[in-house]
Design a protein around this ligand. Sequence first.
Ligand code: GLA
Length: 547
Amino acid sequence: MNKIKHKTYLPVFYLLLFCSTGIALRSSAQEPLAKMKDTIYVKGTKIPAAIGAAGQEAEILTPKPGPVPKINGPKIYGCRPGHPFLYRIPATGIRPISFSARGLPQGLRIHKETGIITGQIQKKGTYRVKLSGKSRYGKDTRILEIKCGDQINLSPPMGWNNWYAHYERITDQMMREAADHLVSSGMADAGYQYINIDDCWMNAQHHKDLGRVGRARDAIGNILPNSYFPDMRSLTNYIHGKGLKAGIYTSPGPTTCAGFTGSYGHEAADALQFAKWGFDFLKYDYCSYEYLEKKIRDSLPGITSDQLMKAPYLKMGYMLKSQSRDISFNLCQYGRNDVWVWGSEAGNSWRTGADLGPELNQFFEVALKNAVHGKWTRPGAWSDPDYIQIGYVGNTNGMGLPELTRLSPVEQYSFMSLWALLAAPLFYSGDLTKLNDFSLNVLCNAEVIDVDQDLLGKCASVVSKTENTFVLVKELEDGSRAIGLCNKGETQERVTVKWKEAGLPDSSMNIRDIWRQKNIGTAAREYTAMVPTRGVVLIRVIPSLKK
Ligand code: GLA
């Protein structure tokens, strides 16, 4: 264990709990209302030219990135001193692109052809780095603030998790292929970075696939991967070699949700092992810990339900922070005990509800629930509404092979729009080998991702609501607002946002259609759109520059 001291991580109570059970230690617009072509309605002093809401056909709304280099990704990046640093500059444009970074802190270097920055920063501090990408087609620059201190994940983590694609079929080979696809599909160029293994990489006592059955641990207690993961260090090296990060999964209980070896009683050894293997992310899934609750209550009669729930997460959070690499920590306990209130004491993100997979049609409700707890979201601490499930995703009830998602094209846009407004971690969990132009368009719109990754790290809040409609407003760093006009109902609905409700002055605003990456005009006081069934019209409202 290292010397880092975190007063919040070792309160006397948890020490006590640890000792006694061996378990603990974690406008108005002027009338008339004008119906423009297609389905967007607007009112305003100047009526913007409407360009239509998403239709039910799988329409690609976003212009393809051009040949000229464009640097994407967060504007801020957190890391800890003395730990390995890894950042692949996300950039679109025809390659070869020659990358450079001005103002890199001592200890970091950039690989010109790949734009991968590696090394170690020894000194805490805030470093303003000017990233550049240059090719025969042109040039782009972007400022990245590197904050070397105590915090990581200063913008919501982005990546891929295998669960809804491969379930208990996951192998080392699939993880490597996922890393290949994240790069070749262009997702990494949009900012997706983590390649995370979910459940089923360890051994189980019983399983239909005998390749996943075996000893839980070696003679000295080290957790053993199953036969489909012959060499974890080589796997993370492979992922890191592409400038990506690697994630892993376990449970605070004796077994995981799928019945594989969990970390109960071996937390310190497992945290150390994950760090030694080179992992950068851990999902900690409550599951069988539930069965220990009674035992703990019996041994500590005064224990409150909140203390009981927090203990394993504070413990593992402490263990992870004690490693010599940055490991993002995702709490997965389905939103119990108001995790949004205390999750940041232990980790960097927390699931807010049950698995969304089997109830995919509930994504509007999940978004609404997250927005209610939005004030707890901030840089380094993110509410996680579960994975993005578009394109080909596994049949969730039978853990079957990936099939085309049941969500309509409009719903897929809505899903992504809502997750961006919520500043949610953006983890795609579907089959990366079956991504088509439509799914990639939904996943990779740089302006949608900018909304998610915005420097302020704010979750949108609901500013008005009817039975089927609601308006979400997210404040952005440049003073503009990302606004979602949402309709979870079964018929199209007219939805209005008033500037006042969005915290903006009652004056002329520029309106940008984020999906189409097009300015659609100006309006004073309010904006109205006809929103298709189960749709979200996503706009950015930008105060007009004074002439
Ligand atoms: C739980 C989690 C899921 C997934 C499975 C794996 O259900 O909520 O996200 O990790 O376990 O078994």
